[in-house]
Write a protein that binds this ligand. Structure first.
Ligand code: KG4
Ligand code: ZN
Length: 347
């Protein structure tokens, strides 16, 4: 079998297990994805209405070796071809992180190849580098996932300035909580997105928190309470609830705040390029509104395809590759760091 790479190429095996997806990817030189296998545990967590950490760890253990095998097979490579290993070491559920990280350390040790521990949030940003081969920093990135909402100025590979963050719930968390209140199940984002397409986004005027003048921070807890109060009071009055309208009005409030802050941040920083990242970047309303506003202001917007928006190992491998070629690598005693901050590197 002829291989599509040479001895000079860096072949990374990357592992992601920070939450409820066990994912393994094989990449060539950081940006060419040879395989990106994702085993989702969503079904196991659905009956509990959210991710149960113990169940997640157990499922990762059951899945990890199978997913590694599958990723190698699809990439048409063997362990001998792998020259570099990357794995998420935070932020995330510690028990879940340790499964992927331990597997990565075992491979690095057995093969005597370098290991790079990767920050999961940085991974979401790097999904854009895989999608767009020509993309280079600097740019402004809006990261919106189940656990994080950040407005980041990415100056260079591995160099970030955080311009804004959520002060309470993450955007995805707000989607999931409102979906739960509407009886839509877990994860709620995709379901709200679907219903919002048929609902009236102007039906209910929910409050939007812009915070202090000039702040790029976010807050979604007031909006969340307003939606829950609306649902309770309508129920008490015996009024029928049009869930499509609630979904559309709630989604509109979230995305208007995200879009307005992102655009004004890019304009203030004089940045022409914007990227979108994280699970909520899959939201069709957000993609559309941000694209419209970016065009109005002559800004270039990039966002990853749906598969690369949600958790996957290819984005982790891309961060690991750039860290590695910059001369960093992690020690084999690297531990999982549940509350790892963006931009932190293992000592
Ligand atoms: O990035 P991700 O896969 O995991 C974390 O790192 O958190 O994001 C998962 C989050 C969930 O809250 C999910 O509801 C949300 O992304 N999500 C969406 C959509 N697809 C996934 N939210 C809004 N609209 C979507 N289409
Ligand atoms: Zn994520």
């Amino acid at each position: 079998m002829t291989k599509d790479f040479t001895k000079e190429d860096i072949i990374t095996l990357a592992i992601e297990s920070s939450c409820d997806e066990t994912s393994v990817s094989v990449l060539k030189n950081g940006r060419t994805v040879l395989s990106n296998i994702i085993a989702s545990q969503i079904e196991q967590h659905q009956k509990f209405g959210g991710v149960v950490p113990e169940v997640a760890s157990r499922k990762h253990i059951e899945n990890i070796n199978i997913v590694i095998e599958e990723a190698l097979e699809e990439a048409k490579v063997s362990f001998e071809d792998i020259t570099h290993v990357a794995a998420t070491y935070g932020p995330g559920l510690v028990g879940a992180l340790l499964v992927g990280l331990s597997a990565a350390k075992a491979i690095a040790f057995a093969r005597e190849i370098p290991l790079n521990g990767v920050n999961h949030i940085e991974g979401h940003i790097y999904a854009n580098f895989i999608e767009y081969r020509e993309l280079e920093p600097p740019f402004i990135c809006l990261i919106v996932s189940g656990g994080h909402t950040h407005l980041v100025y990415m100056k260079d590979y591995g160099k970030y300035e955080i311009l804004g963050r959520t002060r309470d719930d993450a955007a995805g968390e707000a989607f999931d909580k409102i979906a739960r209140a509407l009886g839509l199940g877990y994860p709620g984002g995709p379901q709200i997105d679907k219903l919002a397409k048929i609902g009236n986004k102007k039906a209910i005027a929910f409050p939007k928190a812009y915070l202090e003048e000039g702040s790029y921070d976010f807050s979604f807890s007031g909006l969340k309470s307003a939606v829950l109060n609306y649902l309770n009071s309508e129920k008490m009055k015996g009024n029928p609830i049009v869930i499509e309208d609630v979904a559309a009005s709630f989604q509109q409030a979230v995305i208007e705040i995200l879009v307005e802050k992102t655009i004004s941040c890019a304009l203030e920083k004089g940045m022409k390029q914007i990227t979108l990242a994280g699970g909520v970047a899959a939201n069709s309303g957000l993609r559309q509104l941000l694209q419209e506003k970016a065009k109005e202001h002559d800004l270039d917007l990039k966002y990853p395809s749906l598969k690369l928006c949600t958790d996957n190992a290819a984005m982790i491998g891309c961060v690991g590759y750039y860290d590695y070629i910059k001369g960093h690598h992690s020690a084999l005693d690297l531990n999982g760091v549940p509350n790892l901050k963006i931009g932190e590197r293992p000592l």
